[in-house]
Each structure stands twice: as structure tokens, then as C-alpha cells.
Design a protein around this ligand. Structure first.
Ligand SMILES: Nc1ncnc2c1ncn2[C@@H]1O[C@H](COP(=O)(O)OP(=O)(O)OP(=O)(O)O)[C@@H](O)[C@H]1O
Ligand SMILES: O=c1ccn([C@@H]2O[C@H](COP(=O)(O)O)[C@@H](O)[C@H]2O)c(=O)[nH]1
Length: 240
């Protein structure tokens, strides 16, 4: 239903790292990151407190290193460092667009990024700054989706918004199965028992246990983020 005020005061936005590539094969496409920041700026102007977790799939995923014989934990640390690079680029783009962004890392690299300290993150959000959580959970064998669930619960976000390359949760991966159909909503338990690959089970389980709903929507659809924030019909709601 359409309304004039945002439906949420504080959100955790999970931004797809892979989507940052735009039409490129690798890395960060300038026009794409600027567009994403414009959409985020629009919702901050509505008074919504925004925290962001960014993925690293445009640069490196631990599973890729593991599959060619690397030690998996080492490869995962490389993946976490990839998310730090994305976070720095995102923060820089935000600051240039007139937002005030603070990047906080789950792994210690203090010359580059300040460490994640929960009370400090809460203070920044209350001050209207955008907080970007880098380096996932800080632990190998996890993903940034789980980091989004974790940080979302820690900061008292009312919803996790997964902005990704598809426009919702489907009965199967729509990139592999053209007959897949989109859910407008689905329970955590159904998503987990059907092994829907849009998010990992750890992220679903944490959000379910904390009663923290997730909205999955397309980062490429102009205005979709604002529509989700306004409580309008967009993407797929994953709920208890
Ligand atoms: N049931 C499903 N419904 C929708 N998408 C699915 C489903 N199963 C698998 N997918 C795939 O999941 C992808 C999104 O998840 P993925 O973790 O790969 O990317 P991301 O989180 O957007 O990127 P990154 O990890 O770089 O942040 C979609 O692009 C889609 O192809
Ligand atoms: O908590 C975490 C988060 C991430 N990683 C590693 O980083 C990459 C990139 O994250 P994506 O969620 O895939 O975009 C991930 O593949 C892991 O290798 C991690 O180890 N711990």
C-alpha cells in the first residue's frame, strides 16, 4: 500500500558486490556505483537511517580460491578484503555525492578503515551518517548475506533489504530455469526447506530467529529501493 512516510526508520541494505560490475567483466563500474549511491541518497533524504553491507563477488569469492586448491580460510580472507575495497569505493562515492559515510571493518586494518565497534556504529546512524560494514562477519566460511543478517540484528534494523541482480525470490534460480516463478512472499522455513539459493541458510536462520524480515529486490530497477522503503509492493518478502 502506498503511503507518504517511510515504513522503516532504520534499514540494513545488503548491496550485491557482483552487481557493481555493471556490464563489465570484473571490478567496479563507475556509472553503476554512482547510480546505486543516488538511490541510497534518495532514501536518506526521507529520514531513513541506512547501514550497508557490501558483497565482494565482483572481485573475489573464497569458494573460487578453494575450488582451485587454495586453503579455503585463506581464500575467504581474500574475499573479505575484496569487500573492503568495495566499501571504500562506495564510501568515497557517497561522500562525493554529499552524504557522510563511515566505513567500519570486521577485520583489523586500522590504517585503512576504522574497526567495527557497535556503539560507534549506532552513534553514526543516529547522526544521519551512512555506515558501511566491510569485511563481512570477519570470519571465514561465512558470506556477506550472513554479515547483513548479523549487523542488521545488532543495530536493531527493522528490515534487511537484499539488493541483488534478480527482482525477488523464485521457485528456482531464474538465471538457470526460465520456468521459475517469483514469490511475492515466502516464510524463512519454506525458503530453507526448498534450499532456495538466493541467500545462504545461515543468513535465513539468523533473521528467522531474530524475527528480522528480509526484502529481496533488484538493484538494477530504478526506484525499487525507495519503493521498498515506502512499504510499496516490490520484490519478495521473506518473513517468519
Ligand atoms: N531461488 C532463487 N531465486 C532468486 N535468485 C536465485 C535463486 N537461487 C539462486 N539465485 C541466484 O542468486 C543470485 C543472488 O545471490 P548471490 O549471493 O550470488 O549474489 P549477490 O548477493 O547479489 O552478490 P554478492 O555475493 O557479490 O554480494 C541471483 O543472481 C540468482 O541468480
Ligand atoms: O563473513 C564473511 C563474508 C565474506 N567472506 C568471504 O568474502 C567473499 C565475498 O563475499 P560474498 O558474500 O560472496 O559477496 C565470500 O565469498 C567469502 O569468501 C567470508 O569469508 N566471511
Amino acid at each position: 500500500m502506498s503511503q507518504s512516510k517511510p515504513a522503516y526508520k532504520r534499514i540494513l541494505l545488503k548491496l550485491s558486490g557482483e552487481a557493481l560490475m555493471g556490464d563489465d567483466q570484473f571490478g567496479i563500474n563507475r556509472d553503476t556505483i554512482v547510480r546505486m549511491v543516488d538511490e541510497i541518497a534518495e532514501v536518506t533524504r526521507l529520514g531513513v537511517e541506512v547501514a550497508v553491507v557490501i558483497g565482494g563477488g565482483n572481485i573475489f569469492r573464497g569458494v573460487a580460491g578453494g575450488s582451485v586448491g587454495m586453503d579455503r580460510a585463506t581464500a575467504d580472507y581474500m574475499g573479505m578484503l575484496a569487500t573492503v575495497m568495495n566499501a571504500l569505493a562506495l564510501g568515497d562515492t557517497m561522500n562525493k555525492a554529499g552524504l557522510t559515510a563511515r566505513v567500519m571493518s570486521a577485520i583489523g586494518i586500522e590504517q585503512v578503515v576504522e574497526p567495527y565497534v557497535r556503539p560507534k556504529a549506532l552513534q553514526y546512524l543516529e547522526e544521519g551518517k551512512v555506515v558501511i560494514f566491510a569485511a563481512g562477519t570477519g570470519n571465514p566460511f561465512f558470506t556477506t548475506d550472513t554479515a547483513a543478517a548479523l549487523r542488521g540484528a545488532e543495530i536493531g534494523a527493522e528490515m534487511v533489504l537484499k539488493a541483488t541482480k534478480v527482482d525477488g525470490v523464485y521457485t528456482a534460480d531464474p538465471k538457470k530455469d526460465p520456468a521459475a516463478t517469483r514469490y511475492s512472499k515466502i516464510t524463512f522455513n519454506d525458503a530453507m526447506t526448498q534450499n532456495l539459493g538466493i541467500m545462504d541458510a545461515a543468513a535465513f536462520a539468523l533473521c528467522r530467529d531474530q524475527k528480522l524480515p528480509i526484502k529481496v529486490f533488484s538493484i538494477f530497477k530504478h526506484g525499487a529501493l525507495k519503493r521498498v522503503v515506502m512499504g510499496e509492493d516490490e520484490g519478495t518478502l521473506v518473513h517468519v
